[in-house]
Write a protein that binds this ligand. Structure first.
Ligand SMILES: Nc1nc2c(c(=O)[nH]1)N[C@@H](CN(C=O)c1ccc(C(=O)N[C@@H](CCC(=O)O)C(=O)O)cc1)CN2
Ligand code: GAR
Length: 215
C-alpha cells in the first residue's frame, strides 16, 4: 500500500485556535510569541474542556475563548461534534493542542486533520498518553524530552515535526522533571507553529517534513 502523501500549504499569517485543559503555561508562551514582531501566526481563540487557568490567560490577552465540557454532552460523539463546531466558528488555519487532555474524535479529525499540532512531554514513541512524565520517571530513563507532532486518529501516533531531548536528573520528581520539559516545549512549540505557518508541511505516511527555507 503506498503511503499517503499529504501537503499542508503555508498559511501565514495563520489563524490559530489553541486547545488546553490545564495551567496553560504553554498557551501563555504561545500568546507571548504570537505578539512578537513578524510572528506568522495569530491566536484567534482558546478552547478548553474544563474550568482551568488557561481560560484566564485568554481573558488576560483579550482572546476569545470557549469551553466544551464532556459532562455537558450526552456522549463522547456529541462532545466531539460540539467541539468541532466551536473551533470551526473561528475558521482556523491551524489547531494547536497544548496540554489538551482529551482525545479528539473522528468528526474533529475529519474537519481539521492534517493541521492539528500537539506538544507531548516525552520523546515519542516512548511514553504516549496522559501520564508521560510519571511514566518516564517510573521507567528510569536517563533522557526524555519534548515532541511536537501532527495529530492523527491514534494517541500520540501522528507524524513527528520536531523533538528535543531533556535529561532526567537523579533527584528529579514529576514536578521538577515536567517543568524542565516545559521550558523546552514552550520554545519548541512556538518555533514549530511559526515554521509550519511559514513553510507548511509535506507528510508521507509517518514522515513529516517542514520544507527548509527557500531564501
Ligand atoms: N486523536 C488525538 N487526539 C489527541 C491527541 C492525539 O494524539 N490524537 N493528543 C492529545 C494530547 N495527549 C498527549 O499528548 C493526550 C491527552 C489525553 C489523553 C487521554 O488519555 N485522555 C483521556 C482522558 C484523560 C483526562 O480527562 O484526564 C480521554 O481522552 O479519554 C491521551 C493523550 C490531544 N488529543
Ligand atoms: N499528553 C498530553 C500532555 O501531557 N500534555 C502536556 O501537558 C502540559 C501542559 O502544560 P501547561 O498546562 O503548563 O501548558 C505540557 O507539558 C504538555 O506537553
Amino acid at each position: 500500500m503506498t503511503a499517503s502523501r499529504d501537503q499542508l500549504p503555508p498559511t501565514a499569517p495563520a489563524k490559530v485556535v489553541v486547545l488546553a485543559s490545564g495551567t496553560g503555561s504553554l498557551l501563555r508562551s504561545l500568546i507571548d510569541a504570537s505578539r512578537s514582531d513578524g510572528y506568522p501566526a495569530r491566536i484567534v481563540a482558546v478552547g478548553v474542556d474544563r474550568v482551568c487557568p488557561a481560560e484566564e490567560h485568554a481573558d488576560d490577552a483579550g482572546i476569545a475563548r470557549f469551553r466544551v465540557a464532556l459532562r455537558e454532552h450526552p456522549d463522547r460523539s456529541a462532545w466531539d461534534r460540539a467541539l468541532t463546531d466551536a473551533v470551526a466558528a473561528h475558521e482556523p488555519d491551524l489547531v494547536v493542542t497544548a496540554g489538551f487532555m482529551k482525545i479528539l474524535g473522528t468528526v474533529f479529525l475529519d474537519r481539521f486533520g492534517g493541521r492539528i499540532i500537539n506538544t507531548h512531554p516525552a520523546l515519542l514513541p516512548s511514553f504516549p498518553g496522559a501520564h508521560a512524565v510519571p511514566d518516564a520517571l517510573a521507567y528510569g530513563v536517563k533522557v526524555t524530552g519534548s515532541t511536537v507532532h501532527l495529530v492523527d486518529g491514534g494517541v500520540d501516533t501522528g507524524p513527528i515535526l520536531a523533538q528535543e531531548p531533556v535529561p532526567v536528573l537523579d533527584e528529579d520528581d514529576e514536578t521538577t522533571l515536567h517543568e524542565r520539559i516545559k521550558v523546552v516545549e514552550r520554545r519548541l512549540l512556538a518555533e514549530v507553529v511559526a515554521a509550519v505557518a511559514t513553510r507548511g508541511v509535506v507528510s508521507d505516511g509517518r514522515k513529516a517534513v517542514i520544507p527548509s527555507d527557500r531564501t
